[in-house]
Design a protein around this ligand. Structure first.
Ligand SMILES: Nc1ncnc2c1ncn2[C@@H]1O[C@H](COP(=O)(O)OP(=O)(O)OP(=O)(O)O)[C@@H](O)[C@H]1O
Length: 242
């Protein structure tokens, strides 16, 4: 579903990604872990076609992103739900309308829209807010609306960049269950996080650890060594020291 081979990316003379490789099959879960500036967002943006493939090869959902024309980008984006840090909702529209938007763009029937939006709002504990204007919601609630809008189309792939960052730990955990549910139904998930609990509570995930753009380690679900080592390093602060 996602194949990345020898990917490097620079901003001017600064290399934000250095020779990154990994493969994910459909239904696999990957955590991107690393300190601030490690290259997690850059990698996500390349997978979403928002940044070009400068060096190396990237194939997402059967599309070679190095040769994909801009006019075909919508075919890639149709397969992907993104939950990025700079989430944006339409403040003057209701929660329901915000979440229904991508389904209406697809031309889904009103009945299907009703059913799917209600189900997603329920799973994100937003059902009582359906008629509220987004501008009346808290930051964390708006973040959940953005997540609901990304997943309501049932994308094959979800790219999530610190989606639980502004939420309290309990809500973050409940939100994580929503990602787990999608993953159980076969959605491939790439999830950038610093959050130790999330990592520990998602044992079926692969972990790619980046530092200064370089892959330090890639661990499959069966390997527990890196998980322990990662957090031991984190608590001593040595991640940051490079
Ligand atoms: N548009 C840009 N122009 C110049 N440099 C950039 C740009 N975007 C990212 N960078 C640099 O590339 C490196 C990787 O940034 P990136 O945002 O991918 O890191 P990150 O791991 O997502 O960090 P964080 O956890 O803080 O979001 C950083 O050194 C950053 O300053």
């Amino acid at each position: 579903m996602i194949h990345v081979k020898s990917l490097s990316h620079s901003f001017g003379s600064h290399w934000a990604l250095k020779d990154v490789s990994f493969s994910l099959r459909q239904g696999e879960f990957l955590f991107l872990v690393g300190p601030s500036g490690a290259g997690k967002t850059t990698l996500m943006r390349i997978l979403h076609g928002a940044l070009p493939v400068q060096r190396g090869r990237v194939n997402v959902a059967g599309m070679d992103l190095g040769t994909l024309r801009a006019s075909r980008l919508h075919r890639l984006r149709r397969q992907i739900g993104v939950v990025f840090q700079d989430f944006k909702v339409l403040p003057g529209r209701t929660v329901f309308d915000n979440v229904a938007l991508p389904l209406r763009v697809q031309g889904q029937k009103a009945q299907v829209v009703q059913h799917r939006v209600r189900a997603v709002l329920r799973s994100l504990e937003l059902d009582t807010k359906a008629r509220c204007l987004c501008q009346e919601l808290s930051g964390g609630e708006q973040q959940r609306v953005a997540i609901a809008r990304s997943v309501v189309v049932k994308p094959k792939i979800i790219l999530a960049d610190e989606p639980t960052g502004n939420l309290d730990p309990d809500l973050g955990r409940r939100l994580m269950n929503v990602f787990h549910q999608f993953n159980r139904h076969g959605t491939t998930i790439v999830f950038a996080t610093h959050n130790r609990d999330i990592l520990a509570n998602t044992p079926m995930a692969n972990i790619l650890y980046l530092r200064d753009g370089a892959p330090v380690a890639l661990e499959s679900p069966s390997g527990q060594g890196l998980r322990r080592e990662l957090w031991a390093r984190r608590t001593t602060g040595s991640c940051e020291e490079g």
